[in-house]
Design a protein around this ligand. Structure first.
Ligand code: HAM
Length: 464
């Protein structure tokens, strides 16, 4: 009995300590944010740097891109997958790579209230790979084809086409090594841009497998060491940390040095070489416009063999404004603890695509306009008009209202702004007579119509 009592006492004490620790942590957080809150309370909160509001006027571009991409995804057999925006930080360290710019400088990472280190996703391929393992997708018919649409987060230096929150549409095919899938990823990406009316140029390379890359890296480092004094500071660090990334540095001096650097295609093993040749043959078959780019290495460590980027046609030198990118990642799923599973994918940046649509002044479909506005004069008419609006909605008409406004002039102004074809006016007189006024907004002609016949009349006039 005393033993049980002591145990209970111990448990109670431990609980008390835990509560105290929790309370102190909360107090610490409160103390930390208090000065910020006091400062922020004095001004209107601002949009964070690198973040964007997508206003109603912009939505037609988003609808256009989303609709076209979803359509292509379905045609090619990709099924939609939605993944969380927050993931364990370790997922990205192990996939994107510890020594990449994304992981080193660009992740939004923090500890949650439970002390777990989590990050806003900087990309979604890693999450797809995690989901493939977590949900045993290896038991599904392979390749598993999925696509996603959604926001990604990178603490990048904001500039045109570069944001801290941006959206991607991505395609992944997991569970098959066939080079036809690499070609298909390029084809799917090209077709999306074709559908949107944007001319693109594919930059393509093979970065081999870890085996052929090992020897190549030695050659590359030897070459760059001989020019070390002319390299930018970042590249000096890349020499030991991530030599492949030396090739795609955007500093002018480094770009000139990269011109004569050894090329990985000369070091590919037979398997990687054959794979790459086959991918190119498939692209030739479909007359895809591609450019062999020996300096294309991509900024994520999980790639093997094929890598590619989609550049706007007229803008070839501006690699930082790639519209999309992708490649094969045969080792990623195994690196995350799954069975060896080859895979390939691509993602397209929606903001950059929309910028290009605007630059090229491509006409996008306007949002559907309402055909009819229901106007009312007086309290009794307003009550009747509310029900009438619902009736018309159920009949399938595209209608608008301006119930919050009272005067007829104000309501007709709204009708003109919306560009409706007809305004239906309900006033005291119409209520007592069981009629409604139908105003043709183009000619301004008004006709009195029997309330019970208005639906039929509107259907006739609108050709429904
Ligand atoms: P990524 O090249 O890092 O690849 O990003 C793909 C696209 O996202 C870029 O080409 C660009 O259009 C857009 N993007 C990237 N960063 C920004 C930014 N800061 N602001 C605006 N747009 C941006 C990936 O993310 C890989 N997950 C692609 C992939 C899928 N590989 C295999 N499967």
């Amino acid at each position: 009995m005393p033993k049980i009592k002591a145990k209970k006492k111990k448990k109670k004490a431990a609980k008390k300590i835990a509560l105290k620790v929790k309370k102190t942590a909360k107090e610490k957080i409160r103390a930390e944010i208090k000065p910020h809150l006091a400062k922020a309370a004095k001004r209107t909160p601002q949009l964070l740097r690198g973040f964007k509001d997508i206003l109603p006027t912009e939505q037609k571009y988003w609808d256009f891109v989303r609709k076209k991409t979803k359509n292509i995804a379905q045609i090619y057999g990709f099924e939609r997958i939605d993944l969380p925006i927050l993931e364990e930080t370790a997922l990205f360290i192990r996939s994107v790579g510890k020594e990449t710019d994304i992981v080193e400088k660009e992740m939004f990472s923090f500890e949650d209230r439970g002390g777990e280190n989590i990050s806003l996703r900087p990309e979604a391929t890693a999450s797809v790979a995690r989901a493939y393992i977590n949900h045993g997708m290896l038991n599904l018919p392979q390749p598993v084809r999925v696509f996603y649409l959604g926001p990604m987060f990178r603490y990048d230096r904001p500039q045109s086409g570069r944001y801290r929150q941006f959206n991607q549409v991505g395609f992944e095919a997991l569970g098959d090594i066939n080079p036809v899938l690499d070609a298909q990823m390029v084809i799917v990406s090209c077709n999306i841009f074709k559908e949107l009316g944007i001319d693109v140029n594919i930059q393509i390379n093979s970065i081999g497998c870890p085996n052929c890359r090992k020897e190549y890296k030695v050659q590359l480092v030897n070459y760059y060491k001989s020019q070390k004094s002319d390299l930018c500071e970042d590249c000096k660090a890349r020499l030991s940390k991530n030599p492949l990334r030396l090739l795609d540095c955007k500093e002018e001096k480094c770009m000139a040095i990269a011109e004569d650097a050894p090329q990985i295609v000369d070091w590919l093993c037979d398997e990687c070489k054959n794979h790459f040749v086959k991918v190119l043959e498939f692209l030739d078959e479909l007359e895809i416009n591609y450019n062999l780019n020996p300096r294309l290495v991509r900024g994520l460590d999980y790639y093997t063999k094929t890598v590619f980027e989609i550049w706007p046609e007229s803008n070839e030198k501006k690699a930082q404004n790639a519209l999309g990118g992708g490649g094969r990642y045969d080792n990623l799923i195994e690196m995350l603890g799954g069975r060896p599973t080859p895979a390939v994918g691509a993602s397209i940046g929606i903001e950059r695509t929309i910028l290009r649509i605007k630059e090229l002044e491509i006409a996008v479909p306007e949002p559907e306009k309402p055909d009819i506005l229901v106007a009312q004069l007086g309290e009794a008419a307003k009550r009747k008009a509310l029900g009438f609006y619902e009736e018309l909605r159920k009949e399938g008409f595209n209608i608008a209202e301006s119930f919050a406004k009272d005067g007829l002039k104000n309501q007709l102004d709204v009708a003109n702004k919306l560009g409706v074809k007809y305004t239906l006016i309900l006033g005291q007189k119409e209520l007592s007579e069981g009629t409604i006024l139908l105003r043709d907004m183009e000619g301004g002609i008004q006709e009195t119509i029997n309330y019970n016949k208005i639906v039929k009349e509107l259907k006739k006039r609108l050709g429904q």
